[in-house]
Design a protein around this ligand. Structure first.
Ligand code: HEC
Length: 204
């Protein structure tokens, strides 16, 4: 009975057990390395060759009429506040009432926590202990070209971190225009007013 069982066993596994185990293991390892999913699908490299396209280039030309998702990098004034590396004192587009309103809104959102609603540097988080920025109403800041404001928003300055990733280029200019309006609001002389504007003030 015992002999019979043993011979039966041997017909099922004619090889020594250790060899069978090794073969089984190798087969499993081969199967596991055999991805047929997206892991190793043929794919193109961004600037590689591809014989399927005319010109043999993998990268496809832009479709006519493609709109860039950000402003053109060559627009130095709009993006940096500079012309030929020098801070500019002119705007890249006309400052209309809409631009000022947009600047007012963006300034209130992004700048007032530190600079305050009047730009005097006494914003809420300054009153809670954040380093105080200078007031916009000093002679030296009034004299700065408007590009300086765009430059500080774009790149930051000292303790102030940049806002380039949160405030879009046109909005940086709109804010700069609104800061100019704030400066004028605190430093206007009677001679800056028209006759009609002066009358109610002087009573004449
Ligand atoms: C978290 C606080 C904070 C916020 C928010 C903030 N600033 Fe400032 N800002 C500062 C501080 C502090 C300074 C002074 C930096 C220094 O000199 O180290 C400064 C400096 C400046 C200056 C430079 C003044 C100079 O001396 O030439 C300008 C311009 C300016 N900020 C504009 C802005 C505008 C515009 C915004 C909104 C987009 C803004 N800041 C938002 C804290 C802030």
């Amino acid at each position: 009975m015992l002999t019979k069982q043993l011979s039966y066993h041997h017909t099922l596994f004619p090889m020594p057990h250790s060899l069978a185990a090794i073969i089984g293991f190798v087969a499993l390892a081969l199967l596991a390395g055999c991805h047929s999913d997206m892991y190793d699908m043929p794919r193109g490299k961004p600037l590689g060759e591809n014989g399927n396209f005319p010109g043999g280039q993998e990268a496809r030309p832009l479709v006519d009429g493609t709109v860039p998702h950000s402003e053109m990098p060559q627009d130095e004034l709009l993006l940096t506040g500079r012309v030929n590396g020098q801070l500019s004192n002119t705007f890249p587009f006309p400052v209309t009432k809409e631009v000022l309103e947009r600047g007012h809104e963006r300034f209130n959102i992004y700048c007032t926590p530190c600079h305050g609603y009047r730009g005097d540097g006494k914003g809420m988080i300054v009153r809670r202990g954040f380093p105080q920025p200078p007031s916009y109403h000093s002679d030296s800041l009034r004299a700065k070209p408007v590009g300086h404001y765009v430059d500080v928003m774009t790149n930051g300055l000292g303790k102030m971190f940049p806002y380039g990733d949160r405030v879009q280029p046109r909005d940086r200019w709109a804010i700069a225009a609104y800061i100019r309006a704030l400066q004028l609001s605190q430093n206007a002389a009677v001679r800056d007013l028209s006759e009609a504007q002066r009358r109610p003030l002087t009573g004449k």
